[in-house]
Design a protein around this ligand. Sequence first.
Ligand SMILES: Cc1cc2nc3c(=O)[nH]c(=O)nc-3n(C[C@H](O)[C@H](O)[C@H](O)COP(=O)(O)O)c2cc1C
Length: 237
Amino acid sequence: MPEGRLAAFHTTPTFKLRHDPKARFARAARLRLGSAARGNPAGEDRMADRTLTVVSICGSLRKSSYNRMVMQALPGLAPETMRISEAPPFDAFPLYNADLQAASGFPAPVTALADALRAADGVIIVTPEYNFGIPGGLKNAIDWVSRLPNQPFAGKPVALQSASPGPLGGGRVQYELRRSMVFLDALVLNKPEIFIGNCAQRIDQATAEITDAATRDFIGQQLAAFAGFIGAHGARR
Ligand SMILES: Cc1cc2nc3c(=O)[nH]c(=O)nc-3n(C[C@H](O)[C@H](O)[C@H](O)COP(=O)(O)O)c2cc1C
């Protein structure tokens, strides 16, 4: 199939039919609370009302990054139960070198990012694809935090998004990220997947707004699914 024919987004058709964020989250809360919550509507309500704290990471360091624009739009597209804030930056991380770690330990920006990841209920990575893979800066950041004791991605719910001016929207970087996340024991949301292809036509560079309604809608669906996913699987703190 020629690349141009691939849809900009991939989602599960049945997801749309069954999509009801409140019901999904309540069910997830029941699963998480277990038998103590059953027959205890008050407890269930408390869980359903709990605000989820999610941190976002942008894989691009570019000031006018499309992926950053997408990341900055996330709080406005999230369900009421989810607060999304940007994780501490990784642009000051030195290149990972085990000798440097042995000599001086972990740089302060590395521990700042790791602390934020540990404290969050979930993590959203929004990244471009570089040469069919993970941008070097983002991979370097993951490599640094992965060497910490109490490795912050272990057991952590993670959602992935990518945007590209090309037609595939960065599909390949997501599969490479998934592979790293498997090694780190993260819990990566399977679907809906968000690949924003032809992003220059869907995001206004001047205002940084996602102008395409379908794109906003798909992102909102993924965030609602992620809230349910966090409720069902929890986060190891
Ligand atoms: C080093 C480099 C490699 C790239 N490789 C890819 C690629 O493999 N796939 C793709 O869709 N776009 C690729 N691009 C184009 C990027 O998707 C495009 O520059 C995009 O705007 C970068 O994301 P940003 O706007 O968030 O910075 C590459 C760009 C650079 C600078």
